[in-house]
Ligand binder design. Sequence first.
Ligand SMILES: [Zn+2]
Length: 74
Amino acid sequence: MSKNRYRNKAPYSTLHPDARHWTRKGNSWKQKVGYDTEGEAWEFLNQNPRLKAIGEKPYFCELCSRWHIGRLHK
Ligand SMILES: [Zn+2]
């Protein structure tokens, strides 16, 4: 992995999509589920306490202007 010869064919954005909006599915990336309001996101979270327990919470996504659920890495 010394050089990336295919850089021109594989845009940086595809290799490293914004983690706020994309989620890893095996070898590919998938858009996160979006909610129109923070309330809707919380509703889903309250129905899935397991997610809440591991620290997932709603956050606003600037890429699609909707709410996603996840853990923000800081
Ligand atoms: Zn998004």
